[in-house]
Design a binder for this molecule. Sequence first.
Ligand SMILES: [Zn+2]
Length: 747
Amino acid sequence: MDLNLLLESLREDPAFIKNVTYWGVSRKKKPEYSPLPESLHPILSDYLKKSGIKKLYTHQAEAYRAITSQKDTVIVTPTASGKTLAYNLPVLDTLLKDKNSRAIYLFPTKALSQDQIKTIKDVGAEDLRLYIYDGDTPSSVRQIARKEGRLIVTNPDMLHSGILPNHPKWVKIFDGLKYIVIDELHTYRGIFGSHLAHVISRLLRIARFYNSSPIIIATSATIQNPKELFTSITGRDPVLIDKSGAPQGEKHYIIYNPPFVDPQQGIRRGVVLESCRVARRFIEEGYQTIVFARSRLNTEIILSYLKQWIPAKRNQIEGYRGGYLPNERRAIERGLKEGSILGVVSTNALELGIDIGGMDVSIMAGYPGSVASFHQQAGRSGRKVSTSVAILITSNSPLDQYIAAHPEYLIQKSPESALINPKNIYILVDQVKCAAFELPFAENEKLGDEEIADVLEYLEDKNVLHREGGKYHWQERSYPAENISLRSADSGNLVIVDMTDGGRRVIGEVDKASVPVLLYENAIYIHGSQQYIVVKLDWDKQVAYVEQSRVNYYTDAETKTDIKILQHNKEEDARAYRVFLSDVLVRTVAVKYKKIKFGTHENVGFGDINLPPTEMHTRGLILGFSHELFGGLERDEREKLLVSISHLLQNIAPLYVMTDLRDIGVAENLKQPVIELPSVILYDRYPGGIGLSDRLFEIKATLLVAAAERVSECECENGCPSCVGPERYNKDLVKKFFQDVITRSIY
Ligand SMILES: [Zn+2]
């Protein structure tokens, strides 16, 4: 059946259409072209003509002009609009024309760099001397790359620990460095992005040392603040290119909210099965379909259902996720491009720019967590001429339900900001160490835009640096970057060692703060779908010893969190509530754990946890509500109300800050000792903070309105996990509370 007809039949199918909360169609878009730049190097124009490209899309031509006139540039156009070519052309052009010029490409993942270099290799110019430099590069190749490389493709981790600390070996690269390309800029947020900002400062500092001043080019998915993110990571103000000239066939966007099974309890049909049902209709008809699952486990479940339900096509349906071998993945990517694979179930591993061609249908089993991810996953379906469709199947979570009721949030301009916090003191200190190892610091020198005089003095006190001749020099033996991970704020991680069958195999690391909830003795720890039981936790040596196990339960720790306000940085009084942005000390202690049976979720036992409390300095947003909002409620009721409020706020917050729910901690306090009001505290779950609370302080009123909307719009009768939370506290009271907050607030 023709896809348009199939969509028409879905529209007329009452069982389907009654669950659709949004169905929008973006009209077919014609391509807009610009001629190939006349100044383009003949090797490149020949290559383009050979590949059938006789002209450029307008955004590619615009990027070429901006970049060749030495302007920092950020390119924000949809998936499959030819973003890569937009920066490759000007960069390769320069490399071909100027034999001394060099470039560094940064990709967030190894797979992505492998994929992207294929294009450059196809150009077939020996002169380009392209080398991938990452953890997999053999040492013989590394030497050649350092000596002869002109275009180095790497990732931020390798730049940080392999290239920058060894800059004297990379003289040629730094001498001629003309371009730095940062692909998928929006993926650098939180801790990783905060580190990257300093890594780029270090890179520019070294480039300056060798008298180079490279241009920075980035690509990004659609977020609210691509220019701002570019500036906070690079310190530069870029040209923004965001009008795509690429063509697009007609595209349907559908939001599908699974029907209620129990409206009173607010329980809907599960997102996994419902996604399988929808996917089946398209795959059976022969449409190439990608299903995005929210976890590796769900990927496997959806895959096995689809294979079972569509026996005739079972060999054309594959799974794709981290943990599959690289050659398996390559085979699947090829199969998708060539059309021999009809269905693929993937985690967000296929969300980033790996080239698999355009699919007919993209189905998201649950909101992928951010608008940027939504557009990238939706963008996996899309044909230049023919019709395609993207369907979001929403889950029970408050965030998913908010989106089902507010499709404009997804479809219109993205409201979410990618946030970083280069001022995070833990990150800054670590990065100053790395930079000082690379080149000594002058007394008044900054790192990027950050003032670091205090940090330098502190490191001198600690005998990490010594001052001589007006400069701070590195004086430790060790080499700092090796022990500093860009993916965490605090270098103290705990190592997990698998002792199964008398072995000793390191299977992973966990940040210290998570140990009390994940790795207490007898905890079931799940890693790559394998279960382990923690047999011994050596807190002093920072090692957890585990053994493989097969039990039918998982463990869930109960923690007590106590938050102490150290210092207020900002405050406002909105009459109905007072709000503070503060430095806080979060003290967490795990007291006991429950054993919970898989499937039925029944409680099948418990045990004690004997671990010292952990402490973390971070940033917090404190909302202290006026007593009158709780008028007449018993203590117990007030407590439950506060829990519902914080549940809603925590779950709604990712609408405005691009982050995982787990990055935001919450706590309630009936009478917060410092501000003496019933309070909800939202805090950054990373030492030093990553900018979440700061942003939430700015948008607190919007956040409260969104929470109010969620609870008043929820279709359940008495309160459910999608609105007031798993405790199902009195919905009317929660609703009234938020209405009162909003009507009584003044700004
Ligand atoms: Zn509800």
